[in-house]
Design a protein around this ligand. Sequence first.
Ligand SMILES: *Cc1c(COP(=O)(O)O)cnc(C)c1O
Length: 410
Amino acid sequence: MDLPNFADLVALDAEHVMQTYGRAPVAFVRGEGTVLYDSDGRRYLDFLSGLAVTSLGHAHPAVADAIAEQARTLLHVSNLYYNALQPQVAERLDALIGGGGRVFFCNSGAEANECAIKLARRYGQTHGGPERFHVISAYGSFHGRTLTTLAATGQPQKQETFQPLPVGFHQVAFGDVDALAAAMDERVCAVLLEPVQGEGGVQPAPPGYLEAVRALCDEREALLVMDEVQTGLGRTGAWFGFQHSGVRPDVVAMAKALGNGMPIGACWARAEVAAAFRPGDHATTFGGQPLAAAAARATLAVMEAEDVPARAAGAGKRLVDALREVPGVAGVRGAGLLIAAELDGLEAKPVADECLRRGLVCNAVTATALRLAPPLLVSDDEIAEAVTILAGVLADALDAARGGAGEEAR
Ligand SMILES: *Cc1c(COP(=O)(O)O)cnc(C)c1O
């Protein structure tokens, strides 16, 4: 299909697409590894990976081949029939999580959490009675945009517009064990947490927090549900973010990186918990269909062969070390290759915009912090190039902030 030029594309979008996004002024049309090209042929380093999605980089040949071959073989079958690929993907995910579980396949992160919440309610109902359906999550969390996952998302400003939301959702401060203990009565069926809050600003759980939450869940008979949609599959330097702690969750939601760009999500649960779902309790038309499952199988095979958690840990350390040396960066936090650079008295949005103009894709995850989440196979040269671009942008921004030569004067 012919591509319209960029100005025409913007006009077409404004006229025909619901305006739910504040889009940056660029259209990417092609990618390879860490590199993206826009509609004018300009090259960018992708240090966002579609928000932790393309963890193996763009157009990974093994994933592309698997998709092409599956598309020629069988795109879709109903979940009313056995699917030759789903159990294979489920088997690998179960092994990576630690074993002893079952997997439900869906199409997105919100759907993975939706499944987790329905399962937790079902389990709570059968183990604690009809009143046990409440879910506690954390302020600053992000769990999705469906009404239920929005109710679980601890960002009141995102919820206000869509009241009334489903009932039974409560938030407590992330990292505050006492607040959680106070909120956990016999109505609570689950505690839902991200091991590192992604959209909330790349905030890792404080040391010991997940262990304390696990102990509380055991004591009060609630399930521990980890939202690993952003952190899962190697991103943080472990296969799953919870694996940096000693805890074993009851339920794990994942999506983003699972198909390296193919839409697929999954909800894993301990077998005894998974058994709370009976045939007919939950279903999806597309979830885990052959095309998506083939992409996931190929993605996981490459991830295991490349040992992406180790790659993420190594590259993450090099990126963090380099960022700490950059004037204008006040601090760096995160895990593996999910990193936030806190800026020194600068606003993050204009810095991210200028990075984009100079060929580096990253985003403002808070008003004062940039998020960096490159592919897990990112090279040292690409890290060096990205840090050089960012350092240049920050140097100019600091100059301008000090009242030196403004942008216009250059
Ligand atoms: C992105 C994200 C989601 C939502 O995933 P979608 O695929 O956009 O529905 C849920 N939880 C976390 C932690 C995420 O980062």
